[in-house]
Design a protein around this ligand. Sequence first.
Ligand SMILES: Cc1cc2nc3c(=O)[nH]c(=O)nc-3n(C[C@H](O)[C@H](O)[C@H](O)COP(=O)(O)O)c2cc1C
Length: 216
Amino acid sequence: MATTISEKPLSEAIRNRRSTPNFAPDPVADEDLQRILDAGLLAPSGYNTQPWRFVVVRDPEQRANLAAAAMNQRRIAESPVVIVACGDSAQLDGEVLDEMLRLAKEHGYGDERQHEIVRRNFPDFIESLEIAVWLNRQVAISLTHMMLMAEVLGYDTSVMEGFWEDKVKELLNVPDSAHVVALLCIGKLRGPDKPFGGRFERQKTVFFELWGNPQK
Ligand SMILES: Cc1cc2nc3c(=O)[nH]c(=O)nc-3n(C[C@H](O)[C@H](O)[C@H](O)COP(=O)(O)O)c2cc1C
């Protein structure tokens, strides 16, 4: 399948994205999938720790198994690609810290003194975290990058939180140190799109300077 030639402006993708109700069997081009994954991997993360891990599920049988572990949500079996987004807390103040500092050095980011400060402070920072909340924060940003890149490339998406985490972990061999954050279905819309469900008035959700202050 040919890759996408013309891209949608990001603003249009954001405006018109809907949680896709039905997927056609059309595949996602390999090159597009790589670009979608790259978009997620370029996301920011706290201390550049990149604790996200993604399992890309394309095999039809495995997608059917995944759908069964996700409250029988049909779209998971239907969409040609499902990205299972996880966050891993393993080795954060060990290997991950070393690798992150090695990368920084390789890219000329920071100097020895700054790296030493990070090395000293990071374990306490990790210790202070509510780890599942922290992982969710990092992974959600990365998954959003992927979702929007898919939409820009002309695909349709659906994010899913309706799954039994233990079943998904067992099915995909996800280790105990990791959490499953969400599933992202990617493909092409079949039939009519889901209507826009509306959003709350801004006064309810956006404040200026202090909580509760509306825009003047
Ligand atoms: C984190 C997250 C989890 C979601 N999980 C599900 C899900 O499991 N099943 C489902 O049908 N829709 C799911 N949705 C879709 C929401 O219902 C949908 O985003 C919302 O109704 C707004 O509609 P829109 O995405 O078309 O703008 C999820 C959305 C998000 C962001």
